[in-house]
Design a protein around this ligand. Structure first.
Ligand code: NAI
Ligand code: MG
Length: 515
């Protein structure tokens, strides 16, 4: 799709949009098939270049619709709009309570449209619609409500100060927390709506303005959220959404001199590029990156919960979770039983299109991701790893991979060291607890970890020894808006969610008054 000029168009829900090559799919809401535009300063506009790209249904590889391919010029305009909204718009003078109410209204609107968002996530990302309906969408709603509550609770402190070189003088000193300013937010495709919520929630609660760049694989739910943001009544320019590719739109945003901070979730490789792009003017950076999370089953674990827990630790969201439990360490006493239990669960998973009601695992998000995962599976098997379940592509159409359990893996193999981001777990036996902690920590990542045990002291001791931002004990993948999430080591900088997320979006100002 090419557009002759940069024109403001009506909302993507409107019917005035021009031709699209997408064949009619009557079962889909009409909105999905319409061409999508950028949200800049409260208006839906075409990309300055007029270019667009296709977003596809990964279950079939067919095009869902075309989306504006934003790039540097669009980012420039979006940043200018966000700067203006930060410095002079009604947002600036709004009370914290009014800001909180807007965020709460957005949560309500999202909840009202929960079914629609679950469908969008399923179509664009491939995940089962039923999972998106009970996990992704309610978690996003909850995150907005949690952050709405924070808007009125961001405060500084007072300090008794002594100043040794000013004897006799009296001071009143306090801190105040101020919004960091204009924020660029770049998000991935594995939880498209939820990642938008994790980023927007704290930025809006603290009074920042935003340019959001969704992943090119999954732009739809963020764009629909943009419509709800307008409907909720956020002033123009507070949230701008520029869809486009990482190398163009993403890179232009990360290095933009007009933003005060960049927040990124995605690969560790691109995280390093973001740091470089942000370094020339030392803008603030927060990063939520990859993982290779160890999941440890001790000899005294309750296997009835540990086995299904280990299976869902890796297979949830098709393994496309930064915190996926991808290294499964099992005490040798139970190794065969746990491996067989997880393998049997893997074999039973119903793989299919996300919109089919009985689907338990959908396709990977893209052909690129399919090729990446298949390449790693091939590399593992050529180095001696053996699949006891799965190991291959599932079917010929769409980007499906069989849920896979690998044994006979060794440290140093790519499948043991690299993030696979697919439904592939490496199971490894151990005998000694110190040894398993060393192995668990022996990786460049440190995002999450888990331990399964019935011994309370061991649970706390091992939780303390693991170098990871989250440790789950006798559970996995438990998230809550109140719990900070983020990585040690090369898994990132800073923590998302919880009160800690507010730190990422505020500056602290110390004020000292001589009395
Ligand atoms: P990616 O890191 O390239 O993409 C994430 C986001 O960054 C997207 O919005 C993308 O457009 C943007 N981006 C890409 N290059 C950029 C650049 N030079 N400057 C600014 N923004 C840029 O991830 P990709 O290629 O989709 O997946 C590769 C691997 O990354 C996966 O196999 C997985 O291992 C990891 N990953 C981790 C995620 C996490 O949640 N931590 C999420 C997605 C991917
Ligand atoms: Mg990439």
């Amino acid at each position: 799709m090419k557009a002759a000029s940069r024109t403001s168009v009506r909302s993507p829900r409107s019917k005035n949009t021009s031709s699209t090559s997408v064949p009619a799919q009557p079962e889909l809401p009409g909105w999905i098939r319409e061409p999508k535009h950028l949200l800049i300063n409260g208006k839906w506009v075409e990309a300055a270049s007029g270019e667009s790209f296709a977003t596809v249904d990964p279950a079939s590889g067919s095009t869902l619709c075309h989306v504006a391919a934003g790039a540097k010029e669009d980012i420039d305009q979006a940043v200018a709009a966000a700067r203006n909204a930060f410095e002079s718009g009604p947002w600036r003078s709004m009370t914290a309570s009014e800001r909180g109410r807007l965020i709460w209204r957005l949560a309500d609107l999202l909840e009202e449209h929960a079914d629609e968002f679950a469908t969008l996530e399923s179509l664009d990302n491939g995940k089962p619609r039923a999972v998106a309906r009970v996990a992704d969408v309610p978690l996003a709603v909850d995150l907005f409500r949690y952050m709405a509550g924070w808007a009125t609770k961001i405060h500084g402190s007072t300090f008794p100060i002594s100043v040794p070189y000013a004897p006799g003088a009296q001071f009143f000193s306090y801190t105040q927390r101020e919004p960091i300013g204009v924020v660029g937010q770049i998000i991935p495709w594995n939880f498209p709506l939820l990642m938008a919520a994790w980023k927007l929630g704290p930025a809006l609660a603290t009074g920042c303005t935003v340019v959001l760049k969704p992943a090119e694989q999954t732009p739809l739910s963020a764009l629909r959220l943009g419509e709800l943001i307008q409907q909720a009544g956020f002033p123009d320019g507070v949230v701008n959404i520029v869809t486009g590719f990482g190398e163009t739109a993403g890179a232009a945003l990360a290095g933009h001199p007009g933003i005060d901070k960049v927040a990124f979730t995605g690969s560790t490789e691109v995280g390093k590029l973001i740091v470089r792009a942000a370094s020339h003017d030392l803008k603030k950076v927060s990063l939520e990156l990859g993982g290779k999370s160890p999941n440890i089953v001790l000899a005294d674990a309750d296997l009835e919960t540990a086995i299904p827990g280990a299976a869902s630790a890796i297979f949830f969201n098709h393994g496309q979770c930064c915190c996926a439990g991808s290294r499964l360490y099992v005490h040798k006493k139970h190794f065969d039983q746990v491996v067989e239990g997880v393998a049997s669960a893997a074999r039973k998973i119903k793989v299919g299109p996300g919109l089919s009601p009985d689907t338990e695992m959908g396709p990977l998000v893209s052909e690129e991701q399919l090729n990446r995962v298949m390449g790693l599976l091939k590399s593992g098997q050529s180095e001696g790893a053996k699949p006891v379940a799965g190991g291959s592509r599932h079917g010929k159409a769409g980007y499906f991979v069989q849920p896979t359990v690998l044994v006979n893996t060794q440290p140093g193999m790519r499948v043991m060291e690299e993030e696979i981001f697919g439904p592939v777990v490496c199971a490894v036996p151990f005998t000694d607890e110190e040894e398993v902690i060393r192995s668990a920590n022996g990786n460049i990542y440190g995002l999450a970890a888990a331990v399964w045990t019935s011994n309370l002291s061991k649970a706390h001791r091992i939780a303390s020894a693991l170098r990871a931002g989250t440790v789950w004990v006798n559970c996995y993948n438990i998230f809550d808006a109140a719990l900070p999430f983020g990585g040690y080591k090369q898994s990132g900088w800073g923590r998302e969610m919880g009160a800690e997320a507010l730190e990422l979006y505020t500056e602290t100002k110390a004020v000292c008054v001589r009395l």
